[in-house]
Each structure stands twice: as C-alpha cells, then as structure tokens.
Design a protein around this ligand. Structure first.
Ligand code: 4NP
Length: 146
C-alpha cells in the first residue's frame, strides 16, 4: 500500500487490509510505505488514526517509511493510491515483472478507470470518504483472490 507521505492514505489501507486478511484466515504479508521521505518514522496522521478508531481499527502501531526499490521484489502486489505515486514507483522498477506488480488501488473497485484516492492531507473532511473508498477496494481485492 503506497501513498506519498505514508501517514494518511496508505496506513489506512494497511490497517483495513490487515483486518480483512486476518478475518479470512489468510497468510498475507501487508505493509505500507510512502514515495516521499518527509514523515519517515512518524505515526499516522491523527485524522487517519481517528477515522480508523471510529471504524474499530487501531493503526497506531504503524510508523512511516519510504518505499524502496527492493519492495518491488519483496511483494507480489504494489498498490498505489494515486497516479503520481504509481509513476514514482514505476520509476524504480527494473523489470517488466516488477512493473506488472504495480496497480492503482481503486482499479479493483473501479476497473478501467484511472481513479486515484484523493490526498486528504489538506482536507480535514476528506478522511471519511477515503476510508470508504479503501474499504471498498480492499473488499474486492479479497474477493478476487478467492
Ligand atoms: P498521504 O498524505 O500521502 O496520504 O500520506 C500526505 C501526507 C503528507 C504530505 C502529503 C500527503 N505532505 O506533503 O507532507
């Protein structure tokens, strides 16, 4: 799960996906990262912590980290929150196989659209909608894996 700062969107995506995967008894390794390094080591944004908590999820164990080229080897699927994140990730890909792992998060819930999860950092009211979009996409990912 990859966004820009790894403090707003991708920590929520990680928390939501972890809960669904645990509930389905699946053994998936899930992590999140940001393409930017400004917030490395920080907790998720308080607004993400709050919306997660409201939905029964604790994401305060998470600390921001920067996405690295080796993540493209380590993971089967790299989910970018927006098209800018996707471009930055693809710039680090060294092979066609690595490029093929990179998808837009909302391509699951909205196939054939180039839909991005809007960056809620500058919009206090954006977090609720972001949570719902991520929840919907994670549900589809899980269903498609069965
Ligand atoms: P995120 O949101 O990519 O969803 O974690 C942002 C967090 C921080 C900044 C931008 C977006 N920032 O510019 O510091």
């Amino acid at each position: 799960m990859v966004c820009l700062g790894n403090i707003c969107r991708s920590p929520l995506a990680e928390g939501i996906m972890r809960q669904k995967v645990a509930a389905a008894n699946l053994d998936w390794q899930i992590d999140s990262a940001g393409t930017g390094a400004w917030h490395v080591g920080e907790l998720p944004d308080p607004r993400s912590i709050a919306i997660a908590r409201k939905n029964g999820l604790d994401i305060t164990y998470q600390r921001a980290r920067k996405f690295q080229a080796k993540d493209l080897q380590a993971y089967d699927l790299i989910l970018a929150m927006d098209t800018s994140n996707r471009s930055n990730i693809l710039r680090l890909a060294k092979t066609e196989a690595e490029r093929d792992k990179v998808r837009l998060m909302l391509s699951y819930s909205h196939p054939n659209e180039e839909r991005s999860v809007p960056d809620p950092y500058w919009d206090d009211n954006g977090f609720e909608a972001v949570f719902e979009m991520l929840e919907e996409a994670c549900e589809v990912i899980l269903k498609e894996s069965k």
